[in-house]
Ligand binder design. Structure first.
Ligand code: DHE
Length: 513
């Protein structure tokens, strides 16, 4: 028979247990992950930052350690119960929203290499515009690959959990990364050397680079801020609180809109898009208002400093979005994933609805021409199809059924074929190839049977493409873009995103920006 503890004893035991686990955390984890759980040499241990890791996997990491990192195994030191309690603790919110203000950001700033110490010519024989950056999520490394000979040049450790696309300086010389923990790193593509780092947030969505190469804008989930950095040495320029109507908001994503010389920002908790002009001759935002054309549609956010945000009200929250090639219109997907809309950034209002269910992953969409038509295609995270939308009429011209919901789509101006994964469904090893002239699937390939395969990036001239087998003992596969024949495998540790310098700096229609 179970012995029941008297109620008073149970009540006394609860705080005691909480004290125990806090003490355990301080003794075992705080030195690397910070006493406040905001991260130090190890990543931040907050529920927001751990969203991609299941608690059961976290328990395994505590017990067995993490290969190729400084995370040791604790299974000989801690009991199963203690490991469970620690994991429960790090998945619970910290009592107060942590501060990450200008002073904390500035204190984290590190300049590692001086530009003057870099070579003036590439120390390799390959087109520097045809290099690729490959993010290897398995052991948090980055490889720089020579795209002419398809061989790795450098491999270096990155911050923990990079996320979002790598972004380049307009001349392609430097690459910028954002980690989910808010670290922004700048690396020289010609040497693989780390130039500078700064922690712009506690939990970051992504980073954008201005088209003139002068500024970076970082969008944060924690705290609710946008952070402007000097692209040269990553020093802090301005912290912009993301707030309006008495509420603050997380950032969904920030992108640069090159012809507008502005950053465009989608917000998670305000029904607004923000546009932040960065040109020196941009129209001023005065007392929070700027050249308002339609009352109530446009307001500015009065922060002190160079960067001011123009607010465009939207009929819904936009979690994901995509630009037309002229960067005048924004296609947005609403939070419930049931519909979409088109916002005109000049008119500053919604101009059309989009017939888009199944949670389209617009950020992964591509644009291509079909005769006179300008079409956009997007995979869906929750439906087994690719939607094709006419960018003049905003009609859905075709829904192409696929083997499963997908994450990423890619094309290139010099190839008639677009590649899409179906990795959100059961057939995670399949890639489907769509002929953009007929909008039909022409082939399904499975280069690594049963293994998670997704994310394509073409080389500079569109003749070859790289495909990721995104597993620990995975690979990047080099494929001929015409025959779809495999040419080579580069072994890599859970590679996900790959980013070709030329395609990115020219804002190719077939890739993400
Ligand atoms: Fe991403 C880009 C949002 C989950 C890998 N992802 C982006 C971007 C956004 C976004 C807004 C564009 C930023 C940019 O490039 O500047 N991602 C989200 C989510 O909301 C989502 C669904 C949930 C979340 O965890 O935040 C999500 N993403 C994932 C993953 O699970 C992936 C597969 C693995 C991972 O690393 O977490 C993943 N996301 C990527 C990659 C890109 C990306 C590789 C860049 C794609 C590109 O080609 O540009």
């Amino acid at each position: 028979m179970k012995r029941l503890l008297p109620l008073a004893l149970v009540l006394l035991a609860v705080p005691a247990l909480a004290d125990d686990v806090n003490r355990l955390y301080t003794e075992t984890c705080a030195a690397c992950h910070g006493a406040d759980r905001l991260g130090a040499i190890g990543p931040a241990l907050l529920p927001e930052n751990l969203g991609r890791l299941k608690p059961a996997e976290a328990e395994k990491v505590v017990a067995e350690g993490r290969a190729a990192t400084q995370m040791p195994a604790f299974k000989d030191q801690l009991s199963g119960e203690q490991i469970k309690a620690l994991v429960k603790l790090v998945y619970s919110p910290v009592p107060a929203l942590p501060l990450w203000r200008a002073e904390e950001i500035t204190a984290s700033h590190l300049v590692v290499t001086r530009t003057a110490d870099l070579p003036v010519k590439p120390p390799f024989k390959a087109d520097p515009m045809n290099l690729f950056t490959v993010v290897e999520g398995g052991d948090h490394h980055v490889s720089i690959v020579d795209g002419d000979h398809m061989k790795p040049l450098y491999r270096f450790q990155s911050r923990f959990a990079l996320h979002g696309g790598a972004k380049y300086s307009p001349d392609g010389r430097f690459v910028y990364f954002a980690s989910r923990d808010g670290w922004i790193s700048k690396v020289d593509m010609w040497t693989g050397k780390l130039m500078a780092e700064i922690r712009a947030g506690i939990n970051t969505r992504n980073v954008a680079v201005s088209d003139d190469g002068r500024f970076l804008m970082v969008g944060n989930v924690l705290p609710h801020t946008l952070v402007a950095l000097d692209a040269n040495d990553l020093s802090l320029l301005q912290v912009i609180p993301v707030e309006g109507d008495g509420k603050t908001s997380r950032v969904s994503a920030v992108y640069t809109a090159p012809p507008r010389h502005s950053f465009v920002v989608a917000l998670r908790d305000l029904e607004e898009i923000w546009e932040i002009p960065y040109a020196d001759d941009a129209a001023p935002v005065i007392n929070g208002l700027a050249h308002s054309r339609e009352k109530g549609l446009e307001e500015g956010v009065g922060t002190d400093g160079r960067f001011q945000a123009l607010r465009i009200r939207t009929p819904d929250y936009l979690d994901d979005f995509f630009f037309d090639p002229g960067y005048e219109k924004v296609m947005g997907a609403s939070r419930d994933g049931k519909k979409g809309m088109v916002i005109d950034l000049d008119l500053k209002r919604k101009i059309a609805d989009l017939d888009l269910g199944g949670m389209p992953h617009l950020g992964s969409g591509i644009v291509f021409r079909q005769g006179e038509r300008l079409l956009m295609a997007t995979p869906h995270l929750k439906e087994a199809m690719v939607s094709v939308i006419d960018m003049r009429t905003w009609e859905t011209v075709k829904r192409i059924p696929t083997l499963g919901p997908g994450f990423f789509m890619r094309g290139h101006e010099n190839s008639p074929y677009a590649w899409v994964d179906v990795s959100m469904g059961k057939e995670r090893d399949a890639m489907q190839i769509i002929d953009t002239r007929t909008l039909e699937i022409v082939k399904t390939v499975r280069p690594a049977k049963g293994r998670l395969t997704r994310h394509v990036e073409f080389n500079r001239d569109g003749t070859k493409l790289l495909l990721s087998v995104s597993e620990k003992d995975g690979a990047v596969i080099v494929i001929d873009a015409k025959s779809f024949a495999e040419e080579k495998r580069l072994p890599m540790n859970a590679p996900i995103g790959k980013y070709n310098v030329w395609n990115k700096i020219t804002y190719s229609n077939g890739t993400s920006h």
